[in-house]
Design a protein around this ligand. Sequence first.
Ligand SMILES: Nc1nc2c(ncn2[C@@H]2O[C@H](COP(=O)(O)OP(=O)(O)OP(=O)(O)O)[C@@H](O)[C@H]2O)c(=O)[nH]1
Ligand SMILES: [Mg+2]
Length: 607
Amino acid sequence: MQVIATAGHVDHGKSALVRALTGMEPDRWAEERRRGMTIDLGYAWLTLPSGERLAFVDVPGHERFVPNMLAGVGPVPGVLFVVAADEGWMPQSAEHLAVLDALRIRHGLLAVTRSDLADPGPARAAAAEQIAATSLGKVESVAVSAVTGEGLADLLAGLARMASALPDPEPGAAVRLWIDLRLAPSMRPVRVRGLQSLGTPVAQAHGVARLAVNLRGIALGSTSRASTSRSSGGRGGQGQQSPGRGMALVEAGRWTLTDLIDVRLSRPARQPATTAGPGGRGEGPRLPRELTLHAGSARTVAWVRLLGGEIARLTLREPLPLHVGDRVLLRDPGAARTDGHPAIAGAAVLDVAPPPLAGHGAAAAAAAELGTWPDQPTAAHLLRRHGLLRAGALRAMGVTEQPAAVTGEWLADPPRWRELAERLADAVGAHAASHPLAPGLPAEAARAAVGLPDRRLVEALVRPPLMLADGVITIPDRPGGGPGSGLPAPVAAAIRVLRADLTAAPFLAPDAARLRELGLGAKAIAAAQRAGLLVRVSDQIVLAPDAAALAAGVLARLPQPFTTAQAREALGTTRRVAIPLLEYLDAAGTTERLPDDRRRLRAAPGK
Ligand SMILES: Nc1nc2c(ncn2[C@@H]2O[C@H](COP(=O)(O)OP(=O)(O)OP(=O)(O)O)[C@@H](O)[C@H]2O)c(=O)[nH]1
Ligand SMILES: [Mg+2]
């Protein structure tokens, strides 16, 4: 199924043409038939000779009902543009064309109606020229009469050609069903009982399709007047379940509900450039601060802040489900159309969760960055701007590519990730310098210091020379002893004295009295140990780091196996040190304790 919309000036025969083509009545409301004018969207369809079905959204042409027209054309890929032979190009012809252009609709067909009343030639030529200057480009045109039926067969053939040229819907695309009648509430989960398309029950539907959805447990809203375009929705409407136009059924997790977006404004192709607003650099459009934003069948108030160039930040009165790359319309409902240029601008949504603009120059910097983006930003663009994003958030922004995660579901911009690793190393180094006796920087403190949103990111950022153990990040192989050991000067001095003692008598570990004398408490000893200046052999015994290797050399010269007393004597120490040292060597696999309590050296590896 394909869906196209009508467009054109009031009374030019849009509805009559749809009626003649489909045999269905697009003006559904008694008031419309009484007034002979379309007020709200009308729906009809036909089956093409190929068997494919083509649905029409018939829009009102009257200037007063432009918001309803906008609700109808939003997601539609093609359009049947109507101009009357006897009236020719008119103001709403131009306004509707500007809307189609702002939405970048690329497929169209021109019908010159009421050709039984006048020569269709001049109207056809004028319309074709206007249309050619827009995103629709050169279109086929057919002169028709809904009264005599002349030209209808040609028109049908043209519609079939256009339908076959429309882009194929992408089957995996996220579902967003804009509501244009009276159905479905805001963001509350709903259960779908059944689908109908063009009057027929269906199991599935693809792409841009018209669909009636039967929802379980949702009270239908009252049958509001056709011209009522929107019940009060948005924030205030979260709890109200009376459904209305402008709300949408959306696939869970695939959309960002947002009231703040960054966009690129684009004037219609045929509108000459105007001078820039304040802060612009010559190219930017001039816009009022408050506009009506139309997206799908929704409309809301948008407050405009120009950031620079064609980039603007929009604050929406109600949040809408949007993707990056969406096209939205901005309209100034109060603006008089002075020179035939409708007060309509299109905009490409570049970011649906933009970061706050903090500080001097932030707006200009954002404009400079976003100015380089295409209308359809990629994962790389968004990651560069946001630094870190959860995969789910990126998907909800409308990006389907999934870059590799740095941890869990976190994605990172590679340069930002390297920078964060450096900042973490700096934070750990700074902490070690200011807290030399602390065991290291706790991971949670590191998370806060680097400004990361998740502890797991800290863990993923720890890489040599950093080490994470017991929830604490350290730099274990900082060169010991010399400057940079990170020890406070008095501790470093005391350790130097202790090391001198141990150089003279490597196995005479300092006793408690000596440590007291040197002013070395448990924390200082632990810090010296982490700095690689001491080795703890047991709770009470500390030696120089090379003590174990020295001891192995001494013990190798003893007859094997040897007793504890022989070892103590050879090492020149006391039982207080010898016993823990031998146990330490046993544990290290340097010595082996035999059942008779004697020991022997194990063969060194490689021997
Ligand atoms: N003679 C003649 N009259 C036509 C033709 N098509 C439409 N009309 C008449 O033109 C008038 C307007 O037609 P509609 O189809 O309502 O026009 P519309 O474009 O839908 O108008 P709005 O929806 O209000 O914008 C009606 O009186 C129609 O009967 C045609 O091909 N020939
Ligand atoms: Mg009509």
